[in-house]
Design a binder for this molecule. Structure first.
Ligand code: UGA
Length: 409
């Protein structure tokens, strides 16, 4: 927003975060963020504070970008939104606009209206569609900007913030805007569960899922994106948002069996990966060392929330394995998991090397060195990132998700 020419004040109640950001140090790994932050600080278009009331009192437009983590029974936990909306309500200027970017259950705008307790402040839903790791690119090149409100003037003012981006604007009512967000994530997650099911079928019929899905994705009605099989989808959004949509559907009288099934398939996918690793370890991982390459829920981020890699590692530890893990950026503190400074250290003495995050560096590993380090040259590649012919040449047996049969050693 600062890069688009707006003057931005960011508020957080985490004083350490405020300090770090004010001095130009991002607190998460995000491509392009250090540069964007320092350029905004240099031209004084961005500032940071922990004082929500003071910031709100000066703003024409206030964005609520608050965490709504998973709560109970599929419902997100709205504690942060509730307390911040109550806090800033009395401070807002008459005619200021409050824009909700937090992913809240449908009806969130109506709830915020009540919490703010201000009849002179229009509320707008403006959901975000940014992916971690490419958030800045996604912000600057949106497929669409969704703006939902009952107040047409407020819609125009919020849409105008994005005018330098020349993006299509979807002007709609609040509930439809909120639903667009949930349905987008749910459809993408379902597409991925479908792709992972195709991978399982392909393994059974000796087809190559990567070629199959490439062929399928060339149909413009389907599209090539979100068709790469993997260890299952994770992260801080898809799992929580799919559960929430199932719960909202159920409360409105519809059993969203299709989405429930996509979620169940995703759990099964993670179990399939564990089963593959156990099979690759000759039927048991108990007492064996397993190398895990990648802990982040996907490449490009240090985020391990709901990471399939972490879930697989945890399951292996539960089965008696000693896990040695390497991730270029992400770190976790988990009993039974030893973090290693490089992939070869992780592979040392391993019965199986499991590739769980698609870090590009894993495509250029020294496979001979990796095979030398391992106790048994066996790879389970859930991201299809290791060249199978090269792995074979280095003496590996490799099981790649969606590709069958694994070549013999
Ligand atoms: C997701 C959405 O893609 C964003 O549009 C949305 O704004 C965001 O959630 C949110 O609601 O805040 P993100 O959680 O960053 O973004 O992650 P994705 O890039 O969507 O990946 C989700 C999962 O699917 C990851 O575990 C990833 O490894 C997996 N995935 C993705 C695949 O297995 N294959 C693919 O082809 C793509």
């Amino acid at each position: 927003m600062a890069g688009l020419g707006h003057r931005v004040t960011c508020v957080d109640n985490d004083v350490a975060k405020v300090k770090a950001l004010a001095s130009g140090t991002p607190t998460i790994h995000e491509r392009g963020l250090p540069e964007a932050l320092s350029s905004a600080l240099a031209d004084r278009s961005i500032s940071f504070t922990a004082d929500a009331g003071a910031a709100a009192a000066q703003a024409d437009i206030v964005f609520l970008c608050l965490p709504t983590p998973a709560g109970t029974n599929g419902h997100p936990d709205l504690t942060a939104v509730t307390s911040v909306a109550r806090e800033i309500g009395p401070s807002l200027r008459p005619g200021a606009i409050v824009v909700n970017k937090s992913t809240m259950p449908i009806g969130g705008v109506a709830m915020i209206r009540e919490l703010l307790d201000r009849t002179d402040v229009p509320i707008v839903s403006n959901p975000e569609f940014l992916r971690e790791g490419t958030a800045i690119d996604d912000f600057l090149n949106p497929d669409r900007v969704v703006v939902g409100s009952t107040d047409p003037d407020a819609i125009d003012r919020v849409a105008a913030l994005y005018s330098p981006l020349n993006a299509p604007i979807v002007r709609t009512d609040p509930a439809s805007a909120e639903t667009i967000k949930y349905v987008s994530n749910a459809l993408l997650a379902t597409k991925l569960s479908f792709a992972n099911a195709v991978a399982a079928i392909c393994e059974g019929v000796a087809a190559d899922a990567h070629q199959v899905l490439h062929g399928v994705g060339l149909d413009h009605r389907i599209g090539p994106h979100f068709l790469t099989p993997g260890p299952g989808w994770g992260g801080s959004c898809f799992p929580k948002d799919t559960e929430a949509l199932v719960a909202m559907a159920s409360e409105s009288g519809f059993d969203f069996a299709l989405l429930r099934s996509a979620i169940a398939s995703n759990d099964e996918q993670q179990t399939r990966v564990v089963d593959k690793i156990v099979a690759a370890a000759d039927g048991s991982v108990d007492g064996k060392t397993i190398a895990v390459l990648g802990l982040a829920f996907k490449a490009g981020t240090d985020d391990t929330r709901e990471s399939p890699a972490l879930m697989v590692a945890t399951a292996l530890i539960g089965l008696g394995a000693k896990v040695q893990a390497f991730d270029p950026i992400a770190a976790v503190d988990l009993d039974g998991l030893a973090l290693k400074p490089d992939p070869y250290g992780a592979a040392q003495g391993a019965a199986v090397i499991a590739v769980l995050t698609e870090w590009p560096d894993f495509a250029s590993l020294d496979l001979v060195k990796l095979a030398d380090a391992a106790a048994s040259p066996t790879i389970v590649d859930t991201r299809a990132i290791i060249d199978r012919a090269a792995a074979h040449q280095a003496g590996f047996e490799i099981d790649t998700i969606g590709v069958s049969p694994p070549p013999a050693r």
